[in-house]
Design a protein around this ligand. Sequence first.
Ligand code: DQA
Length: 145
Amino acid sequence: MSQTIFVLNGPNLNMLGKREPGIYGGKTLADVESECAVAGRDLGLAVDFRQSNHEGHLIDWIHEAGAKAIGIAINAGAYTHTSIALHDAIKAISIPVVEVHISNVHAREEFRHKSMIAPACKGVICGFGVHSYILALNALKNLTL
Ligand code: DQA
């Protein structure tokens, strides 16, 4: 049985493709899910891909992943910049978590420069468009080698 990686997506990422395409590109979240599934297959990983606009769902999924996955790639959307609860949820589990962003948050508004979750994560990948997700899967796979 292949090892599982959770790919978690936070608020407004269900709008990918329609939402500010100049920043986030034209691909939908379903496109990203398919690309992650293909990349996962190549890496020998099963990808459990989820999205929610609700902070509590993301927290529950982080706990769930802690019990059954080998790693998490999380694009927490705007909760990245605000959520101590997500920080604490990541601290509460022992599998590696990679913070992911489609855009280069450091080249954008000042309020996006601060991440509440980065100190709890193994690393951060941002600015490579939706390819950031694939880079995160590779990074997590590499940690298991
Ligand atoms: C984002 C960047 C966040 O600042 C923003 O709130 C998002 C998307 C990204 O993937 O670039 O919702 O996480």
